[in-house]
Design a protein around this ligand. Structure first.
Ligand code: ADP
Ligand code: ASP
Ligand code: MG
Length: 410
C-alpha cells in the first residue's frame, strides 16, 4: 500500500464534469490499494475572479482580508470534490490549510510555511478516508488565515508529501508533463520523461510556469520525488528526482522564456571602485530585485551598466538610478520594458563545452540580436527584444533538435 499525494490545478477541476472525472481518478487510485491525500486549487479562474472583485470593491485591500477572500476559492473546491468522491462510495473529508496543520508566518498574500503538522490528515487516512486539503493556505502564528501566494497549491502538495513521508507527489495539470519548451509557443515541444530538481528549478526560475518554483525548491531541499502529469489523459508524465551520477545527462533539456522583465541602462558612469555598490545599494533600499547585471569594458574612464528588474519595478528603478546619476557622474538613464529572457537549460552542459557558442550561432543565423548574456553551470540565458522572443525559442528548439526530446551527448 502506497501513500500518494495528488494535486489538481484549477483547469483540472474547472467545472462539475471535471470534478467528477477527478473524483473518479481518486477513487480508482484508492481501489488499487493506495492511501490518497488530495490537494486542490480553486476551480478554473476563480482566484483571478476573487482578486478582480477585491479590486472592484476596495482601494486598500488589507492583506488579512485578501487572504480570507482568496482562500475561499480552494475551500469551495475541496468541499465539492469530497462530495463527488463520497458519491463513488469512497469516504472523503475536506480540510482547510489550518486544519491540515499548515503553520505559516504572517506575511499575508505571500505567506511562508514554518511547519506542517498534519495530524488530522493522518487520522483521516488511518480511518480509511481520503483527505482533501485546500491548497495554498495555512494559519499564521497569530491564528489568522494566510495564503501562500499564486501557485501555492503545488507547494502545499510537496510539503504534505514530505510531512507524511508519501511515496510520490503527483502534480496533475492541463499538459502531460514538463515539456522541452512551452507547448503553446512551439507546436512540436516534447514531453521530458525525467528531469533533475536542479534543471527544473532553473526552468521555473527562468519562466516555466509549471510547477511553481517554490514547490520545486521545497522538493529539492527535502528530496520529494515529483510526477508532473495530465488530469485529462491520465498518461504517465515527467518524473522529477535527484540527479543521479550514473544517469546520462542531457546537454540541453529545455528552452524557456520570461517576458516579465525590463532593462535599465545607466550610461557613462565613472569607472572607479564604489560606483556599482552605490547604485545597487540604492536599489536594494527600495526593495527592488535586480537580476541580470552587465557592465561594459571601460572607455576613457567611463562605462555603461545595464541590469534587469521585474516590469512592475521599472519606473521605481529608473527613478532611483536618476537620483543616483549625478553622484556617479552618469550621462543618462534609460529603460526598456520590451525585452525577454530566453534560456537554454541542461545538466550536461557543465561538462560539455560549446553549448553557448551554438546558442549564439543559431541566433546569429536567424538575425536575432542579443542584448545581454548570462549563464550558470547548467543554463545559458540571453536577453532579446520581446518581439524576437518567440522566434528565438522556436529556432533554438529546432537548432538543438529538441523536437526529438532532450539532447544527449553522442
Ligand atoms: P495549473 O492550472 O494546473 O496549476 P498552470 O496553468 O499554472 O497550471 O500551468 C500550466 C501551463 O504551463 C500549461 O498549460 C502550459 O501551456 C504552460 N507551460 C509553459 N511552459 C511549459 C513547459 N516547458 N512545460 C510544460 N508546460 C508549460
Ligand atoms: N488558486 C491559486 C492560484 O491560482 C493557488 C493555487 O492553486 O496554486 O494561484
Ligand atoms: Mg492554469
Amino acid at each position: 500500500m502506497a501513500l500518494l499525494v495528488q494535486k489538481f490545478g484549477g483547469t483540472s477541476v474547472a467545472d462539475p464534469e471535471r470534478m467528477r472525472a477527478v473524483a473518479d481518478h481518486v477513487a480508482r487510485t484508492v481501489r488499487r490499494g493506495n492511501q490518497v491525500v488530495v490537494v486542490i486549487s480553486a476551480m478554473g479562474k476563480e482566484t483571478d475572479e476573487l482578486l478582480r472583485l477585491a479590486n472592484a470593491v476596495s482601494d486598500t485591500r488589507p492583506g488579512r482580508e485578501m487572504d480570507m477572500l482568496v482562500t475561499a476559492g480552494e475551500r469551495k473546491a475541496m468541499a465539492l470534490l469530497c462530495m463527488a468522491i463520497n458519491d463513488q462510495g469512497i469516504p472523503a473529508e475536506s480540510f482547510t490549510g489550518s486544519q491540515a496543520g499548515f503553520l505559516t508566518d504572517a506575511t499575508h498574500t505571500d505567506a511562508k510555511i514554518l511547519d506542517v503538522r498534519p495530524d488530522r490528515v493522518r487520522a483521516a487516512l488511518d480511518a480509511g478516508r481520503v483527505a482533501v486539503v485546500g491548497g495554498a493556505q495555512g494559519q499564521s502564528v497569530d491564528h489568522d488565515i494566510t495564503f501562500l501566494g499564486r501557485g501555492g497549491s503545488d507547494t502545499t502538495a510537496v510539503a504534505l508529501a514530505h510531512a507524511l513521508d508519501a511515496e510520490f507527489c503527483e502534480l496533475y495539470t492541463d499538459v502531460s508533463g514538463v515539456f522541452t519548451t512551452d507547448p503553446r509557443v512551439v507546436e512540436d515541444a516534447r514531453k521530458i520523461p525525467s528531469i533533475s530538481f536542479d534543471e527544473l528549478l532553473e526552468m521555473t526560475a527562468n519562466g516555466c510556469p509549471k510547477p511553481a518554483m517554490r514547490s520545486v525548491e521545497y522538493a529539492r531541499t527535502h528530496g520529494v520525488d515529483l510526477h508532473v502529469r495530465s488530469a485529462f489523459t491520465w498518461e504517465s508524465g515527467t518524473i522529477v528526482t535527484k540527479e543521479d551520477d550514473d544517469m546520462e545527462q542531457a546537454i540541453v533539456s529545455a528552452v524557456v522564456h520570461d517576458a516579465s522583465d525590463a532593462k535599465v541602462t545607466i550610461e557613462r558612469v565613472e569607472d572607479r571602485p564604489g560606483i556599482a555598490a552605490q547604485i545597487f545599494r540604492a536599489l536594494a533600499d527600495e526593495r527592488i530585485s535586480v537580476d541580470l547585471i552587465v557592465q561594459n569594458t571601460s572607455e576613457a574612464g567611463h562605462t555603461d551598466i545595464s541590469f534587469t528588474v521585474p516590469d512592475g519595478e521599472l519606473a521605481t528603478a529608473m527613478a532611483v538610478c536618476e537620483q543616483a546619476a549625478s553622484s556617479v557622474g552618469a550621462a543618462q538613464v534609460s529603460g526598456d520594458p520590451d525585452i525577454a529572457r530566453v534560456s537554454v537549460i541542461g545538466a550536461g552542459m557543465k561538462s560539455h563545452p560549446g553549448v553557448a557558442a551554438t546558442v549564439f550561432e543559431i541566433l546569429a543565423e536567424h538575425g536575432i540580436n542579443i542584448l545581454m548574456i548570462a549563464s550558470s553551470a547548467i543554463r545559458i540565458s540571453v536577453v532579446v527584444a520581446e518581439a524576437d522572443a518567440e522566434r528565438a525559442i522556436q529556432v533554438l528548439h529546432d537548432g538543438f533538435g529538441l523536437s526529438e526530446g532532450p539532447v544527449y551527448i553522442e
